[in-house]
Design a protein around this ligand. Structure first.
Ligand code: CA
Length: 404
């Protein structure tokens, strides 16, 4: 379609609204505004028009302003109290120093549509060029109460510093990148993104959710907001709850139950291991006979573990390594005297065991030696001696509740 035909026929352009659902209230938090163009008896997406670098930015501003007027008017008319998410690219925003948008919003605020109900979506890609100017403008918009979302976040980790500088209210994550369900790389990206979000106080919004698995994934990974065909397609009407195609309240209730029973199951493992250790404790005769003690423990944890050792409260290994090779436990003498206190959480976990006098299960991490995902169950033998039982990947994998 010729961009001139589009911008010359604003009467044939209308917004559609795609609901965004909140995990907190299970209700529609707002709508993303998308453009549609009527041509040859059909409505067409304006996605290509907006993404085309050849189309002058002034054209895009004009079409977007038109869509914004209709959208806010629709919101006011239908007494909708939610948020409006609007897409703007960097170049477009910087036309006329972003004043067109600001003036319109000031005008609508006088009509009762508060500026803190507007969420401007900029893509992470926009931070590549003109970013200082862009961040400056967005920070200025924020002083009016306007909210900022960074769209398609996670594409490039090099932008994390810029995102941190902007402190957006919302990070939008494209759920399509989790299609490859066992992608460990994505788990790590998710982890860094949720850390970043926590640090800067941003909410995570998962978009393009297309099935139950993806909704569950988003919920489990701290998503506060959700958007996608699975919940609702974009439509010409603002109609809040009625437009949702799944009962999110029921969905989340099911996720909560599933997650609770997984945690319960995991705690049962820990409880069982603790009982085994309590029974073994009568055999503990101090560090002089530490290897003989571990030898007795290996038989009790043969299914779960592939390696164990004892450290003192300074992180110094006071035993040999007991290591399973081809289903047989072997003693490795050379690790005696190593210090492990530098490892993340080591001292924290050790102090927890010492203080509460009970075992503790680490999170899942990649073992330096085997490169496999493992967990460690630690147990206090005395005020000063702590047993570490490394749980093998195969055992974790067979017991789903230990995976996360
Ligand atoms: Ca968007």
């Amino acid at each position: 379609m010729d961009p001139l035909d589009i911008v010359g026929n604003l009467n044939n352009i209308k917004p559609v609204y795609q609901p965004i659902v909140s995990a907190i209230r299970h209700t529609v938090f707002g709508y993303e505004v998308l453009g549609r163009f009527y041509n040859d008896n059909e409505w067409h997406s304006l996605g290509d028009f907006f993404q085309d670098n050849e189309v002058p930015e002034e054209f895009k501003v004009e079409v977007d302003q038109h869509l914004l007027y209709i959208a806010i008017s629709d919101m006011i008319e239908s007494n909708e109290t939610g948020h409006l998410f609007i897409n703007r690219n960097a170049k477009q925003l910087l036309v006329n120093n972003g004043d067109d948008l600001l003036q319109s919003l000031i005008m609508f605020e006088k009509k009762g549509f508060s500026m803190n109900r507007i969420v401007i979506e900029v893509t992470e890609h926009d931070f590549e060029e003109d970013y200082e100017q862009l961040i400056h403008l967005l920070l200025y918009y924020k002083t009016y109460g306007i909210k900022i979302a960074v769209d398609q976040v996670g594409a490039k980790s090099s932008n994390i510093d810029r995102i941190r500088q902007l402190e957006p209210h919302i990070l939008k994550i494209d759920t399509r990148i989790i299609r490859n369900r066992h992608s460990e790389g994505f788990q790590d990206i998710m982890y860094s993104l949720s850390m970043l979000a926590r640090r800067i106080g941003a909410a995570l919004l998962f978009e393009n959710i297309e099935d139950d698995y993806q909704l569950n994934f988003a919920w489990k990974h701290g998503g506060r907001y959700y958007q996608g065909f699975y919940l609702a397609k974009p439509g010409f009407d603002l109609a809040a709850e009625e437009v949702l195609s799944v009962n999110v309240r029921e969905k989340f209730a099911a996720y909560i139950q599933r997650e609770k029973s997984k945690i319960e199951d995991r705690l049962k493992h820990v409880w069982n291991w603790e009982q085994k250790m309590k029974n073994l404790l009568s055999k503990w005769e101090g560090t002089k006979k530490v290897d003989a003690f571990i030898d007795a423990v290996t038989a009790q944890f043969d299914a779960e573990s592939f390696r164990m050792y004892v450290c003192d409260s300074d992180g110094q290994q006071v035993s040999s390594n007991f290591r399973k090779h081809d289903d047989k436990w072997k003693v490795e003498l050379d690790k005696l005297g190593s210090n492990w206190a530098f490892r993340p959480y080591f001292l924290e976990n050790m102090m927890q065991m010492k203080t509460w006098k009970r075992g503790i299960l680490s999170d899942v991490y990649s073992d330096i030696e085997t490169r496999e995902m493992v967990r460690t169950f630690g147990y206090p033998l005395s005020e000063n001696d702590f047993l570490f039982i490394d749980i093998s990947y195969s055992y974790i994998y067979e017991n789903e509740s230990l995976l996360l």
